[in-house]
Ligand binder design. Sequence first.
Ligand code: ADP
Ligand code: ZN
Length: 724
Amino acid sequence: MNLTTAKDTLKKYFGYDSFRPLQAEVIQRIYDNKDVILLMPTGGGKSICFQIPAVTMEGTCVVVSPLISLMKDQVEALRANGIKAAFINSSLTYKEQQEVENDLYHGRLDLVYTSPEKMASRDFFPLLKSAKISFFAIDEAHCISSWGHDFRPEYRQLRFLKKTFPDKPIIAVTATADKLTRKDIAVQLEISDQQMFIASFDRPNLSLEVRPGRKRIEQILEFIVERPNQSGIIYCLAKKTTENICGKLLENGIKADFYHAGLDSNQRSKVQEDFINDRTPIICATIAFGMGIDKSNVRWIIHYNLPKNIESYYQEIGRAGRDGADAATLLFYSGGDLMMLRDFIQQNDSKYREIHSAKLDRMYQYATSLICRRKILLNYFNETNFENCGNCDICNNPPKYLDGTVIAQKALSAVARLKEQVASGVVVDVLRGSKSYGILSKGYDKIKTYGAGKDIRQQDWFFYLEQLVNQGLFEIAYDDYNKVKLTEASKAVLFGQQKIQLVQAEMVEKRKKEEAEKADAKRRKTSVRQRVRDELFEHLRKLRLTLSREKGIPPYIVFSDATLEEMAAERPSTEADMFKISGVGEVKMQEYGHDFLRAIQSFLLEKKDQGVSVKGATYLETFRYYQQGYGVEEIASTRELSPNTIMSHFAYLYEKGENIDIKKFVNKEEIRKIAEVIGHLDEPFKLKEIFDALNEELNYGQIRLALSYLENRKYVRKDNVIDT
Ligand code: ADP
Ligand code: ZN
């Protein structure tokens, strides 16, 4: 087995032209009968690494997968590409199970997915032994490790594989990167950790944005309204929050549902199914949602609350944009979230308390940091990276600094005079000279710093206090009503021995305004071309939905968003063009190719009829008349174009592979003459030279057609011709 076959198979079945980084290397290892541990981020393309060898090698690849929904999803996607795949798990009836086992025994499957329980069970073992197995793939391999976040004890039993099948390669894949887990996978499966392949964890198509968690609902509504028809997930920490937010969305006419562990399993699978099938575009969920699905067209992720660590955050945002098309992520954070998570760790995690606290701190630092977000993330995952990414909020709007010494002194002095006995809200009220009952009744208006920070808006004060906390000038006593306390570092600033820098606060507002203006300008500037492209995408998306309903499969399994986007941009008009689109393999070409070609054609013609000039439509219109039996002259006069132009359309269409009978316009003898003439011409030649050499017997249109014909027969290289 070699990589050329692998590459052909990739195009034939999946419609992709090339491998992503590491895919080819990993596949080669399996061909070489060697084990592999593969670490790749979610959406990186792990599955292809075992699916291609499974299709090309003799025998069946057995895939161990932790969740029934994942198995179903993958098998559905494989079958849609014409690959023989099935799963065996408890969701099947006895009879269905027997059928799959039969197929496995008789070698009729390229892949069979199953659970770790089934793998290790006594009744399955004889079949495993007698079937012809090509190799084993362990999906979500981190489940084998108690260090990982989804430990599944049954995975441990997979140790028997290496012992019982010493000559069958094992490929273990996961998106969990931490060192302990990796090592554990190697030990448990008895794979040498020399065989580890680690892909970059960068997901450049995900934009990263972080905002302070104020007026979150308002911000979320705005965010969603800007993204009509897109699928997205809003992650929350608490069950109640998911329900509340969902309610708010519904009130505002936005279709949404919620998902959390409090629902029974029927309800949960219904929510999941509706999401997968694009019936419900938006889900408000606790973190339990999303692990079991491969939906590739999730276009955005919002974190309503701060996640508990960077690993979870990265895994959750990773569920967006798996198809490689652009996707947006937005994280809200607040001190309140931080506190809640801290409490949670204190109460629950006796054993790993310190690790978990440290990880939570890193998460909070990420949220409040002011350098390129992606740089922080990649460095966290041990990928040294010094480049600014250009696709995060910080890169898009670099912060502006000011001398914040006086601001800091005012705040520090207020805290000192309040005897470190109040939370930040009161500190800000005092600084701003609030006349609220709470402040006056305690006599805080008598304090010297009362009103000293009137000139700074409330939200800006919060922004500054947060920065001061991050710079170590204050501490928040989470265990004592969040009172603001001074630190060792406070004194130097308070007594003027140290200057400090702050990020200018209006920036937050200004940034938002600037962004809105930019978006507006962009909208205004959006060319006709882009608008047509968006409309066509929408048109194709609807067709996809209809076809997927007919077939009873999720829309993204028909074609991914990325594939539709490419179609909308390229507007393929022939089978050959369509086959060039990434994601269009042979089976999908057969199943859906023509529906989409027709949809593109009719859309373009409709646009043309509306007077919008679109590239490609003019040829289509000529073709439409041609198909209706009109001749060159008739088409030319109807379309008010010259006959030569119409003939050049025919030439174009013919070159594109459309069924144009060239001999109708230029006969065999004439073509022969042209072939003879060009044989004598120096390359590159001009149409006019041919025209002259033939004593003006044939017109330009005929010459173009003849050249297309000859080119098709490889008599002449087209780039030799310079049009007159
Ligand atoms: P993972 O299992 O790592 O989360 P998948 O295997 O589901 O990722 O792949 C994510 C998406 O990328 C899928 O839509 C898949 O079809 C697509 N993909 C994988 N490999 C390629 C490739 N070589 N070219 C184009 N798309 C690819
Ligand atoms: Zn960046």
